[in-house]
Design a protein around this ligand. Sequence first.
Ligand SMILES: Cc1ncc(COP(=O)(O)O)c(C=O)c1O
Length: 405
Amino acid sequence: MSSHRTNEIRPARRVGRFSYAIRNIVAEARLVEAQGQTVRYLNVGDPVAFGFQTPVHLIEAAERAMRDGHNGYLPSQGILSGREAVADDYAARGIPTSPDRVLLTTGTSEGIELALTAIVDEGDEVLVPCPTYPLYTAVMAKIGAVPAYYRTDPDTGWLPDLDQLRSLVNPKTRVLVVIDPNNPTGAVYPPEIRRQLIDFAEAHDLVILADEVYGDLGFDGSVPLMGTLDFDAPIISFSSLSKAYLAPGWRAGWMVIGRSPRLNAVLAAIKKLADGRLCSPGPMQYGIEAALRGSRAHQAPFQEALRQRAAITTDRLNAIPGMRCVMPKAAFYAMPQVTLPPGRTDEHYVLSLLRATGILCVYGSGFGTAPEAGFFRVVFLATPGELSSIYDDIASFTSEYLRTA
Ligand SMILES: Cc1ncc(COP(=O)(O)O)c(C=O)c1O
């Protein structure tokens, strides 16, 4: 008979530092569902979950790859034809590059993790926007890096505060993260801001991680890649099929390491790390090729649908007393702010909203804003009719919340 010990096994301490509020909050929604209430999930930016369809030619390409027997391991860097498709796409957008500086990754997410792991040592600092997409700080928690938040300002349409950014740099700073178009704010930075970010990074020997996963979801059309301003700046660009190509579950993405020879050792380090995870999902790499070489006819109507939903969102939220919301310029997120009564937090507001109405948003502090500042993020991919009913419910809940505080 075995005598099993009963003491609980302790997980690693780094997990305690790790947080990804966008999904961590789902546990709360499950409790609400267990009590019989329907939850409207506005927490995850997945267009497919809201009825937007993956283009058929992508599906056919992935299916064909499987039928043609491409079910084995692939090169760690990704198939050559897929990397060529990415390199040609960047060239067509004005950035000369070569397939040798492209890696196909398991979504943008893996590219971010590979890059941070390849560049940043324990104790090094990384400049991340506030609010930020929380994967950056989550990965940093795993590798022992330290985030330094640079402010982006709702009063200027969520643009970076460059003076405050400059004040954060020190000898330990290695990387500048730029998320443009931005999640969670929907901001798009004008060229002069991007230029200043590049000059700042150059002056302090920083690598720019340019998260461009929403680049094709500008409401006025595609947003230029950051590297078009300076091919020789040390920029690593990331994107994927998840958002603008409507296939988030495929986990198919790419990263492009800028042509500057200053990035050669980093490129080698990224390739070395990529060897250890074998390859990204194989058949989906054929989907990347189909996406970047094939029709993008789905994008204009998608951009238009997003523009319409962004307008409904900002109009309706700005009409709620005690709330304000900056109009996004891209993607499918808005970051409204509610003026909280003293002592209340964004998490209290969001969880109270969930329990009262079944509407699940994410509290701003999950993206790095101060809990008492009252920001929260809305995903506005639902139909205009559904959004309208959601905003009715947010309006009545908020008036009650602020009245009884
Ligand atoms: C700014 C940003 N970067 C990266 C990702 C991750 O994307 P992927 O599905 O390509 O890993 C997301 C997903 O929401 C995001 O918003």
